[in-house]
Design a protein around this ligand. Structure first.
Ligand SMILES: [Zn+2]
Length: 279
């Protein structure tokens, strides 16, 4: 596997910036300014509460908010929204404006920046291992339709395979868009800050998930993460794995920091930053 530096990812990002963009605002007012170049931090020149809809191909859309992105995929029979965003006023209205097909929702996990629009949908695919994370959040309604590792969803001539990637949260999942050879990875595979502190998150599980992806490496050519640069290369996985292994072995010096008042340790592993427990 070829190793890839942050500089290589910047090149990938430059290509992504050429993708045509459509403005969308939750309030219907439109989004005036051009999107800033993708950055590792995942910070975009997009107003809080608004989103940009960026077509990736004829049946895939990227829905970009300031700090997180969701995806809409259509098949011949139905559409699937992967994550419901954070602050978009109505994610349901947004996606219904993009397709006439019935739209179902799947969550890669239940952190608040991925489930903002869930209450509008009522039911959603999610790993049952996320139930506690989901229902203990504020104002969380609806019913989980459980999916687990190995399940296949068919949108009609478009098969999506679920890959369990626990660690960032207990029920984090990735979605393999089989024919397009794309992995929609959620939070575990990305080049920004990867949140790994707190009781829900477990570095030992995360390292096994990264190892699990080895089995899949011949089945995808590109990765669409929820944060950080877009897209990223599968070459990111090997150095992430090595980096997390080195953290667990005590070989990466952590820097004291804090997130919203919680003391943490920040580990720079070259291709991403891991935010771990302070200990
Ligand atoms: Zn997230």
């Amino acid at each position: 596997m070829k190793m890839c530096s942050r500089r290589d990812f910047v090149k990938l990002m430059g290509l992504a910036a050429l993708t045509p963009m459509l403005p969308f605002s939750g309030s219907g007012a439109g989004y005036p300014s051009a999107m800033a170049a993708d950055r590792n931090t995942g910070t975009y020149d997009i107003k809080h509460g608004e989103a940009q809809v960026i077509p990736i191909d004829e049946n895939t859309w990227r829905i970009q908010e300031d700090m997180v992105r969701s995806f809409l995929l259509t098949g011949t029979k139905e559409a699937l929204l992967i994550d419901s965003g954070f602050h978009v006023q109505s994610m349901k209205k947004l996606v219904e404006g993009l397709t006439d097909l019935p739209v179902k929702l799947l969550n890669t996990h239940a952190d608040r920046d991925h489930v903002g629009g869930n209450n509008e949908f009522g039911t959603f695919y999610m790993s049952m291992a996320e139930a506690s994370n989901y229902y203990h959040g504020e104002n969380r309604k609806g019913t989980i339709v459980p999916v687990e590792h190995g399940d296949v969803l068919d949108l009609g001539d478009r098969e999506l395979e679920i890959i369990g990637l626990p660690g960032h949260t207990p029920g984090s999942i990735g979605v393999l868009d089989v024919e397009k050879r794309v992995l929609i990875s959620g939070d575990p595979i990305q080049d920004g800050n990867i949140y790994m502190f707190g009781v829900q998150r477990e570095m030992h599980a995360y390292v096994l998930s990264l190892k699990r992806l080895e089995e899949y490496k011949d089945r995808f050519d590109t990765i669409y993460p929820a944060h950080g640069s877009f897209p990223v290369s599968p070459d990111l996985i090997a150095p992430l794995y090595t980096g997390v292994e080195r953290i667990l072995a005590g070989k990466v010096p952590g820097v004291d920091d804090n997130r919203n008042g919680t003391p943490i340790k920040k580990y720079d592993i070259g291709v991403a930053t891991i935010l771990g427990d302070a200990k």
